[in-house]
Design a protein around this ligand. Structure first.
Ligand code: FRU
Length: 485
């Protein structure tokens, strides 16, 4: 048995050993993508190939911690029902022995070209990184071609997460990087044939320009056109909190501007966070045959109390967000739940027209563990309006300050913690709750809050309140349990 076969065998044994324990967890989600066992992190290689969507992901099957990652693989024809496929990449070769780290996929000549970072560490912990290529004709089996990009001068080995796309008749790659002066950067490479890559320089950061002093490492870059702008998404590390901004340990966001492929430059505006909740990192997008720009993100943040999640007892950790479609409105990226998510709805809606007057109450039929809420026609007097899900999270809008707040009971020590952002005029809310996750879309995705939370298992109430008057219409759907086999 070679190393690849040996590793696959060990993973399947691990899955079998823990299947019962994992599935018995009351906090297991009903309609999100999770690891069958172990830890999941970044979305990788997201692509629609021969009509089928594929989402590969960072997977540590042997423990609920980080380490020598595999590429796990989910596929779907409808973006609602997913099938867990065979492992796509195992860390079996010298150039990836400490992990087949994050990367992307592009279709060319009927094949998937998957680019990923080969992470290598020696006994003393010294790191090397290689940008590697693997080809697949069927999306399942990959033929590894080894490193195609070596570390350029001026950067540390924190050089990873290649994202490849085609523009103006050439192929481009962005890579997340750290300069030897310990500045975060995104670098650009170019290729005519997807095999030979030419280094074109730093696209942003690296101690120069608008992001000259913006943290010590940029992870998971992704550059694409949206409306009439180019958007560069990345996840910077080392940014200090500032008022309501940058409250998580690491951030995930974007800059919008103009990418000049001939000059290899990118003029852009300020960094904007993509999500304002507790758990959102390393997002990756693809474009599908309907021309939609679709995003998945990891619903967690590295090093942010990862080892305190109660699901660890059940041998699994973390989940993806729901897929979201990106739209550009007035130069700002909006995220809206993908149209197909309507197929998750089990039966018709429960509807209410509600007037609250200095009170808090529950609404008939509006409760549960896995459901969607759509709240519209909001008319709010001064003061605040809130809604609480179980005993775990509370969403509050203050009309005076024009601030939206997501509070949750910390899963580390039970203390209430919060994340906030400015929302000028709260008009509508769409919420997806899935046992231990919540995704809030404010004003058609103008802002989003994504978070894990752990309510008492027997508490599935939803409560609405107003300090003065609040009127709104509400629709609620139970959402189906999607079988991920
Ligand atoms: C982001 C990240 C990537 C890396 C991967 C390793 O969460 O740190 O930069 O490729 O995770 O799993």
């Amino acid at each position: 048995m070679n190393r690849d076969e040996q590793l696959r065998k060990e993973v399947y044994e691990e899955m079998e050993k823990h299947e019962g324990v994992v599935e018995q967890d009351p906090y297991r989600l009903h309609y999100h993508l999770m690891p069958p066992v172990g830890l999941l992190n970044d979305p990788n290689g997201f692509i629609q190939f021969k009509g089928v969507y594929h989402l590969y992901y960072q997977w540590m099957p042997f423990k609920t911690g980080h380490g020598a990652k595999f590429w796990g693989h989910y596929s779907s024809v409808d973006l609602v029902n997913w099938k867990h496929e065979e492992i796509a990449l195992t860390p079996s070769e010298w150039f990836e022995k400490n992990g087949c780290y994050s990367g992307s996929a592009i279709e060319h000549d009927g094949k998937i070209y998957a680019y990923y970072t080969g992470n290598v560490k020696d006994e003393e912990g010294n790191r090397e990184s290689y940008q590697c290529l693997a080809l697949s004709e069927d999306s399942i089996h990959f033929d590894k071609k080894g490193p195609v990009v070596h570390l350029p001068e001026g950067f540390t080995a924190h050089f990873r997460d290649p994202k490849v796309w085609e523009r103006d008749g050439a192929f481009f790659m962005v890579v997340g990087a750290q300069t030897t002066e310990l500045k975060g950067a995104v670098v650009l490479l170019q290729s005519e044939n997807l095999i030979d890559w030419e280094y074109r320089g730093t696209l942003t950061g690296g101690g120069r320009g608008k992001l000259a002093d913006f943290g010590y490492m940029f992870e998971c870059p992704d550059l694409f056109k949206l409306g009439d702008q180019d958007i560069l998404i990345f996840s910077p590390q080392g940014i200090e909190g500032a008022g309501m901004k940058y409250q998580n340990v690491y951030q995930a966001g974007y800059v919008a501007g103009y990418f000049d492929s001939a000059a290899g430059t990118f003029e852009h505006g300020d960094f904007e966070e993509l999500d304002r909740g507790f758990d959102f990192y390393a997002p990756q997008t693809t474009v599908d045959d309907k021309g939609r720009r679709i995003l998945f993100a990891w619903m967690s943040v590295p090093d942010q109390n990862e080892q305190d999640h109660p699901t660890i007892e059940h041998k699994w950790l973390h989940t993806m967000t729901l897929p979201r479609e990106l739209k550009l409105v007035n130069g700002k990226v909006r995220q809206v739940p993908l149209e197909e998510l309507r197929h998750l709805r089990a039966g018709g809606a429960i509807e209410h027209k509600v007037e609250l007057d200095k009170e808090s109450r529950e609404l008939t039929g509006v409760n549960g563990k896995a459901f969607e809420l759509e709240i519209g026609d909001l008319s709010l007097s001064e003061g605040w309006f809130d809604l609480s899900i179980g005993d775990g999270v509370r969403l509050v809008y203050s009309t005076g300050e024009q601030v939206a707040t997501l509070e949750r009971k910390s899963y580390v020590n039970g203390v209430v913690e919060k994340r906030q952002c400015k929302v000028e005029n709260l008009k509508s809310l769409r919420l997806f709750v899935d046992t231990s996750s919540i995704e809030v879309f404010i004003n058609e995705g103008e802002e989003t809050f994504t978070a894990r939370f752990y309510p008492s298992p027997n508490n599935d109430t939803v409560r609405f309140g107003a300090s003065n008057q609040a009127g709104f219409t509400i629709r609620k759907w139970d959402l189906n349990h999607v079988n991920l086999k």
